[in-house]
Design a protein around this ligand. Sequence first.
Ligand code: GLU
Length: 396
Amino acid sequence: MGNKLSDRINNLPVSATLAMAAKARELKEKGIDIIGLSLGEPDFNTPDFIKKAAKQAIDDNYNSYTPVDGYGDLKKSICNKFKRDNGLNYETNQIVVSTGAKQSIANAIQVLVNPGDDVLLVGPYWVSYFAIVMLAEGNPIEIRSDISSDFKITPLQLENSITKKTKLVIINSPNNPSGSVYTEKEFLELSKVLEKYPEIYILSDEIYEHINYGVPHFSFAKIPSMFERTITVNGLAKAFAMTGWRIGYIGAPRWIARACTKMQGQITSGANCIAQRATIAALEAPTSKIKYMVDEFKERRKLIIDLLSQIKGIKLNQPMGAFYVFPDISHFFGKTLKNKKINTASDLAIFLLEESHVATVSGDAFGSPRNIRISYAASKEQIKKAISRIKSALEN
Ligand code: GLU
C-alpha cells in the first residue's frame, strides 16, 4: 500500500512523555508492576469545590456551544487572576480560553510563525514545543543549558542564538523538565537582550506557576517593555489537579488574541462548557485552597532528592518548582549494566523500565541528552519503591 500519510505527520515526532506513559500503561495491563514516574500529572483528585461547580453547570443546562474565546465571565475571572497573582493588566478582549494549555501554545505558534521562521526554545524545553513549531513549518532552535547553570540560559546565549529569522522565543518557568525557576533579575537580564530586537515575540508558559517552592514566580509580561510582545500561557491542569478537564488560556496583545480565536474557531471552537464553568470556581478561590497539594509536592521533592542523592553516579540540582527532578545520568554512558550497554539517556530510560519497572522520560526529547526526567507527582510509597528499585539496578 505504501505510506499515504502526509509528510507533515510522517515527520512529526511522537510526544515522548505520552509515549512513555502509554508504554508503561501497556506493561501494567500485562500484569507487570510498573511504577509510572513518566507523566507530569498530579495524583490528587480535583478539589470538591471545583467538582461542585461542574455539577451545578450540568444542572443549569450549560450544554450549548461556547463562545470561541471563552465565556465572558470566565475571561473576567482570568483577568482578575492575572491581576491578583501576576500584577498583569489584561482586558477581557486579550484573553482566549482553549482546550488545554497545549492548544493555547499551538494557537499562538500557528498565528505567529511563518514557514522558515526560527523559534528559540530555551532549554531544557517541554517536548511538544519542538513538534508544534515543526507543524507550523518553523525551525525549532534549541538554546541548551545543563545542570552546571541550574538549567538556565545566559543573556549571551540568547543573544548569540538570535538571527534575522528569529520570530519567537519560548520560555517556561517553573520549568518542565528541570524544575528551575527564573528569578525576576534573570528575566530582566534576558529582556535587555530582547529589547534590542523589537520584531521578536515571547511565549511565556507559566503552567507550573503555583507549584513553586520558594523563588517568587515572575511573569515575563510584567516587564513593561515586554508586555506588548508577550503571550502569557497558563492553565488549570497542574495546580488544580485538572489534567483531564483540558482548560488552558492566554493573555496576549489584542491582535494576537484575535488571531488565536480565529484559528481556534476553525479547529475546535470554544472549550468545553462544563469545564469552563468549573474553571471560574477554581480561579476565583484563594490560592490557599490548593496549597495542600503544593505542600505535599514539597515533601515528595525532599524525599526523592534525598533518595536519589544516595545513588552513586547521579547528579542533581535543587528544583524550585514543578514536580520533576532531572538528574544528569551521563556517568553511566559507556557502562554495561546487566549486560545492557548504556550509551544514551534513552538507553538508560529503557533499561530502568525493563529492569526496575520504573517509567521515566529520556532527556533527549527535552534537548538534554545527559538527563532523564523523573516525575514525583506520585505517592511517597511509590517514590520510595521506585528509587530503591532504580538504586539496585544502577548499583548492580
Ligand atoms: N505536560 C505533561 C508532561 O510533560 C503531560 C504530558 C504532555 O502533555 O506532555 O508530562
